[in-house]
Design a protein around this ligand. Structure first.
Ligand SMILES: CC(C)(COP(=O)(O)OP(=O)(O)OC[C@H]1O[C@@H](n2cnc3c(N)ncnc32)[C@H](O)[C@@H]1OP(=O)(O)O)[C@@H](O)C(=O)NCCC(=O)NCCS
Length: 195
């Protein structure tokens, strides 16, 4: 409660504010796309893809904002899916499937100037609070970030032909990682065993 008050006070006096995670709104989409283009130049997604996820699952879509103008310097997009059935890159969901049994972190990106301050950790903790309604959490790891995700208990998951095809759209180094939500959240090695 105290923490929530602090975050609110910081957001209300932005000159002194540190960066904070808030729910994304449709008004953030233009700045989100600018950040996405910088961070993922080879993995473009249409504005509609972000807009739809914010509309379908707002609690899993976060904006990292800082400074006088609440400038967007990072974002996270996440939502429930069926186990090992993430959406293809740059595709619309249509709906959050009622039989969803996995939580999926579609993207987490922080501009270099805001990296290294524990803000990704803050965001992931917040997403795990939602994810615990589901048995597992998953994501597609790119840019060699598997060691980063392993700190949070993510390990390589089984990949069938359909999933393999989706992964290739993310590049040759893309891997599907998952974690059991009841596992400890921060591990330092990749040897947590199969999910
Ligand atoms: C991955 C990313 C979100 C991390 O953001 P960040 O602000 O640097 O992360 P944090 O400061 O919260 O770091 C949390 C911890 O992870 C560690 N860490 C950060 N990046 C890491 C990496 N690439 N490999 C291993 N550990 C890493 C930090 O040292 C920190 O550890 P500590 O608590 O012991 O100090 C950011 O680098 C980014 O946006 N990268 C580009 C987009 C991207 O790769 N997104 C993920 C795609 S799957």
């Amino acid at each position: 409660m105290e923490q929530a008050k602090d975050a609110k006070a910081e957001a209300e006096s932005p000159t002194k504010a540190k960066a904070v995670w808030l729910e994304l709104s449709a008004n953030n989409i233009a700045s989100l796309v600018r950040v996405a283009e910088k961070m993922h130049p080879d993995l473009p997604e249409r504005d509609e893809v972000f807009a739809e996820r914010i509309k379908l699952f707002p609690e899993g879509c976060l904006a990292l904002v800082e400074g006088e103008d609440n400038e967007l310097c990072g974002y996270a997009i996440s939502h429930p899916i069926r186990r090992r059935q993430p959406p293809a890159l740059n595709s619309l969901l249509g709906e959050i499937v009622p039989a969803a049994d996995e939580y999926y972190i579609h993207d987490l990106a922080i501009l270099p100037r805001a990296q290294g301050r524990g803000l990704a950790q803050e965001c992931i903790d917040r997403l795990f609070a939602i994810a615990k309604r589901f048995p597992t959490t998953s994501l597609v790891s790119v840019y060699g970030t598997a060691p980063f995700w392993s700190r949070f208990g993510f390990v390589p998951d089984e990949v069938d032909e359909g999933l393999e095809k989706k992964l290739r759209e993310y590049g040759d180094d893309a891997t599907y990682l998952a974690r059991r939500n009841e596992e400890p959240q921060r591990l330092t090695t990749m040897d947590a065993g199969p999910v």
